[in-house]
Structures are given as structure tokens and as C-alpha cells.
Write a new protein. Structure first.
Length: 296
């Protein structure tokens, strides 16, 4: 069997090229703190990084949606809380009227103020000028006054917010039925308005006051139910926030392992290849000085 005098130098050159490639690779990893600069260096790892990066971006969007929805619900709950306080004040006012000897006109100012207060709350706007309780018809006030009577102009269509891959949550609250009775969405408010506008010098009608007191109790219960719905949704959002926080942290740890090199291990590998190239270079130099003809 014959061995060409060129085979060994060629092998040595291949070893040197491989060594220099590895040295460059580990030097780049230490400089950039990235395991790979091109997907082709490790396609499987690159695919896992891409999938996790995409999941992180999707999770981040869900978290932003949750924050937006939660802020909106908090604002709605604050307004409903104020509405509840007004209803309680109205109940006190109606009870006072029911037991008082003064005429209705003596309570006109207080009733008008409380009634207008509820209308103003229903027509509340957000920072962007949208009407909060108007449903999807957010550019127009949900309550208007036509010919001395309040009318509901909003709709019952909610604003759905995506907070998961297949999970949506309502970011709005339907208040169209809170004051409803007898096919009039604003029956309670209109009844109060009529009572406040009464100029009769006679004492308030006890039947009317009793009816309004009963309606006010129903309104109070409906407002409480609406706030309960908001609280339930906010609890869901809190649970999702905690889940996404944990998921983001876990994915970040995995991404770090996939993308960032182990500095100590990479340094050892670099030193090993530097030695390999150093010894191979010396061997290659000595081999070039040797010839088969020297032993003939």
C-alpha cells in the first residue's frame, strides 16, 4: 500500500481550516453573546427560537389588550359606583318627600341636580372623546333629551377584546336596561324628571313616590349586578395577567439558553481549539521540512 506524500499535509491543512473556523465561531459567540449568527448554523435551534419569539410577541399583545380592557372596566366601575351613590341619594330624597309636608317644588332643585347627575354619568366620555356607555355607537351620546323627554340612543353591542388565542372578553358594560321600565329604557330618569318639573303646590303623590322608591331599589340592584359583572371580568384578567407573566418569564429563560452561549464552556472550547491549531501548525511546519528523499 502506498501513501502519497501529499495526503498528510492535506489532512493537516483541513485540520487547520476546521480549527480556524471553530476559533472564529467561538470568538464571535463571546463577542456577540449569541450562539449563532445564521439560522443555517443550527436550523433546529433557529426554528425553536423563532417559535418562542413569536409566542413572546403574541403574549405581549395579549398583555397590552388586558391592560387596555382592565383600564376601561375600572373606569366603568368608577362611574357605576358614582351612579350607585346618586341612586342612594335619590332614595333618601324620595323618602323625605314621602314624609314631608312641603310641596314638590321645594325638592325641585335637589331632584333636578341628582337626575342630571345620572344623565351626565351615562354620557361620560373617555380620554379619546368616545362615549363609554354608548355600546359601539361611541361617537354619539347615549342619552339625549327630545321634547322634554330623555331618550336612549346607544346600543347593546359590546366591545370584545382578545385576551387569548381563543379567548375574548367584553371590555364594555351594557347600561341600557338599568333604568328601564314599561318599554322605556330611561323610565326611571324620565319619571324623576317629571316629578322635578312639577309645579303643583300640592303635596307629592304618595303612590308616585312609592313607585319611584321601588324602581330606585331595582335600579340599585341592577347597578350592583353590573358592577359584579365588571369585577368578575377583572378577576379573569388578573388571572390571565399572572399566567402570561409566568409564561413570559419561562420563555425568556428558554430563549436565553437557546441564544446565549455558556461563557465558561465557550471559553474552554476556544482555548482548546487555539491549542489544537497551534500544535497542528507546528506539526505542519515540521512536516514540510521532511521529505521521503531524505531517507533514500
Amino acid at each position: 500500500m502506498r501513501i502519497s506524500s501529499l495526503s498528510q499535509p492535506q489532512r493537516m491543512l483541513t485540520t487547520l481550516e476546521t480549527g480556524n473556523t471553530q476559533i472564529q465561531k467561538y470568538q464571535d459567540q463571546l463577542a456577540t453573546q449569541q450562539k449563532q449568527t445564521l439560522p443555517s448554523e443550527d436550523p433546529l435551534n433557529a426554528k425553536r427560537v423563532a417559535l418562542l419569539t413569536q409566542q413572546q410577541a403574541t403574549t405581549s399583545q395579549y398583555q397590552k389588550n388586558i391592560t387596555t380592557a382592565n383600564d376601561a372596566l375600572t373606569q366603568q366601575d368608577t362611574l357605576l359606583s358614582s351612579m350607585s351613590d346618586l341612586v342612594l341619594s335619590l332614595q333618601d330624597q324620595l323618602r323625605s318627600m314621602n314624609t314631608a309636608t312641603k310641596s314638590t317644588k321645594d325638592f325641585t332643585t335637589q331632584l333636578s341636580t341628582l337626575t342630571e347627575g345620572m344623565v351626565n354619568l351615562l354620557n361620560s366620555q373617555d380620554a379619546e372623546g368616545h362615549y363609554i356607555f354608548a355600546g359601539t355607537n361611541r361617537d354619539n351620546p347615549p342619552v339625549t333629551k327630545v321634547a322634554g323627554k330623555y331618550q336612549w340612543q346607544g346600543n347593546q353591542e359590546g366591545v370584545s377584546v382578545q385576551v387569548g388565542q381563543q379567548q375574548n372578553i367584553s371590555g364594555s358594560t351594557d347600561v341600557s336596561t338599568l333604568f328601564a321600565a314599561n318599554d322605556d329604557p330611561l323610565s326611571f330618569i324620565n319619571s324623576l324628571s317629571q316629578l322635578a318639573q312639577s309645579s303643583s303646590s300640592a303635596s307629592p303623590d304618595s303612590t308616585t313616590l312609592s313607585t319611584l322608591l321601588q324602581q330606585s331599589s331595582e335600579v340599585s340592584a341592577k347597578v350592583g349586578s353590573a358592577r359584579g359583572s365588571i369585577g368578575s371580568r377583572q378577576n379573569q384578567l388578573t388571572q390571565l395577567t399572572d399566567m402570561y407573566t409566568d409564561l413570559t418569564a419561562a420563555n425568556s429563560e428558554v430563549l436565553n439558553q437557546l441564544q446565549s452561549p455558556d461563557t465558561a464552556e465557550t471559553t474552554l472550547q476556544l482555548q482548546s481549539w487555539l491549542k489544537t491549531v497551534e500544535y497542528s501548525s507546528k506539526a505542519y511546519g515540521l512536516m514540510n521540512q521532511f521529505s521521503m528523499f531524505d531517507v533514500i
